[in-house]
Design a binder for this molecule. Structure first.
Ligand SMILES: [Zn+2]
Length: 482
């Protein structure tokens, strides 16, 4: 009789801290043993391959509800397919709130849509309108249902919060044991520069980058951290794009503040010059913060090496380039503020980071696992079930060929979006199989998983995001005023 349902044989296991040759034994969807010469009812030969925990993409917009009804083009089915194609097995996606409405209605609809997922999924809850009812009733209910991360925007119409609103969300998070994730850019500064650019006739996609220079990101990052420190609530700063913002995070970390920083592949390989491509094509590369330049990219690698930034997510936010509902929803010559923001990246995230990071000698394979799987799982309360290869963990595994050269094309992405910003880019290193809870869901690019086989990950309280207990005058205002 075999000891295990499945054995992954002869590969190099890579964890966030070490690499070693071992077999991995899987039973009942979980990792049952890591060791030598394991015997299974079935086996996969992983000779020459890296055996790594499946990717955890802790920031991606999939089937997100849109104001006025409907949802993003990327559905939970297409998004799951793209994830598996790229080696990712768990995601954290976004339930949203529309100004003037509550949280629980959209959360219920979103939960319903997510039932089609094949990846395992947890939710962030976006808060755009922290009314008394939302603060006192809706957010506690959402957290009780396992949504332990609140997302706020400091810019974007109609999503942004002012400082008082942001403080209220921080206070609620502190009382409830939730993490706050923050999009850091200065709303008024961007609006002011945008008005000037439009008045000057500078409307092309390129001017999106001019509307939001590094200064507006740096200022908002500083403010987001300062207010979080005032309330004593841990935060993660999303999509850090430049040295100036990373420096704010590093300074706060040096003071002991619980602030984490995330970045995304687009900030390593895209630049403002991509938005300056002829015609309207620059819209394909339009995201916020905007891609910057070679100096910013170099600084991000430094911030990764120093540990200031410890998560690389996709911030997948897919809008097709053609058609009438994506980048061209307002026409082929729309002014930059009228073009939807975001780039797709579910399937390309791991390959780009591996190639640019491990392939180029900037980080180790263990660093890669830590940045793309283990640390996001830890920060969002999914560890050790997700993000690790050890007995008891879910058998979420990607088998990775570190030497395979692939030219990225949109058909390899297997998403709902009609383009990838990385078309034609050559990478070294590619996933050859993805295993989710012990089932092979992707092999040589062919994804096979029944819709609805993904599981909702309700997040229980966890220690990492416990407040430090450090408050001005030792006084916790959030305990007395919400
Ligand atoms: Zn995002």
């Amino acid at each position: 009789m075999s000891d295990f349902d499945l054995v992954i044989r002869g590969g190099t296991v890579v964890t966030a801290s070490e690499q070693f040759r071992a077999d991995v034994g899987i039973s009942g969807g979980r990792i049952a043993a890591v060791g030598a010469k394991l015997d299974g009812a079935a086996s996969i030969d992983a000779g020459g391959l890296l055996v790594m925990p499946g990717g955890v993409d802790s920031h991606c917009h999939i089937e997100q509800l849109q104001a006025g009804g409907g949802a993003d083009e990327e559905t939970f089915e297409t998004g799951s397919t793209a994830c598996f194609a790229g080696g990712t097995t768990s995601v954290v996606t976004f339930s949203t709130q529309f100004k003037g409405g509550g949280i629980l209605g959209p959360l219920a609809e979103y939960r319903q849509r997510a039932r089609k997922a094949m990846v395992d999924y947890a939710f962030h809850q976006i808060v755009t309108d922290p009314t008394d009812e939302v603060i006192r009733h809706d957010i506690p209910q959402a957290v009780a249902s396992g949504v332990r991360s609140l997302k706020v925007f400091l810019t974007y119409d109609p999503l942004h919060l002012n400082d008082k609103q942001y403080l209220r969300v921080l206070g609620a998070a502190r009382r409830l044991g939730a993490l706050v994730t923050v999009h850091c850019e200065n709303y008024d500064a961007i609006g002011w520069r945008t008005a000037g650019l439009l008045a000057a006739g500078r409307t092309a996609p390129m001017y999106h980058t001019w509307s939001r220079p590094e200064i507006v990101e740096r200022e908002a990052t500083h403010r987001a951290i300062a207010l979080a420190e005032l309330v004593d609530t841990p935060i993660q700063v999303f999509h850090v794009s430049c040295a100036a913002a990373a420096e704010e995070i590093a300074r706060a970390q040096a003071r002991g503040v619980k602030v984490w920083g995330e970045t995304c592949p687009q900030y390593f390989v895209l630049s403002a010059a991509d938005l300056d491509r002829p015609g309207f094509e620059g819209a394909k590369f339009m995201c916020s913060p905007a891609p910057r330049d070679a100096a910013a990219t170099a600084a991000l690698w430094d911030a990764i090496r120093l540990g200031t930034l410890d998560v690389v997510s996709s911030d997948h936010s897919g809008w097709s380039y053609g058609g009438t509902r994506g980048k061209q929803v307002n026409g082929i010559d729309a002014s930059f503020p009228d073009v939807p923001n975001g780039v797709p990246g579910l399937a390309s995230r791991l390959a780009i980071l591996f190639s640019e990071g491990v392939g180029a000698g900037r980080i180790s394979a263990s660093d890669f696992v830590r940045l793309t799987s283990t640390q996001p799982a830890k920060i969002f309360g999914l560890h050790p079930r997700k993000g690790s290869i050890m007995p008891g963990a879910d058998a979420d595994i990607v088998l990775w060929d570190p030497t395979k050269k692939v030219t990225i094309s949109n058909d390899l992405m297997q998403h709902a979006i009609d383009y990838t910003p990385y078309e034609g880019r050559e990478v070294t290193g590619w996933p050859v199989a993805t295993i989710r809870r012990g089932e092979v869901v992707m092999r040589d690019g062919v994804v096979q998983a029944p819709p609805g086989s993904g599981e909702y990950l309700a997040v229980a309280p966890y220690d990492l995001i416990r407040p430090r207990g450090v408050l001005p005058n030792g006084f916790d205002a959030s305990a007395f005023a919400d």
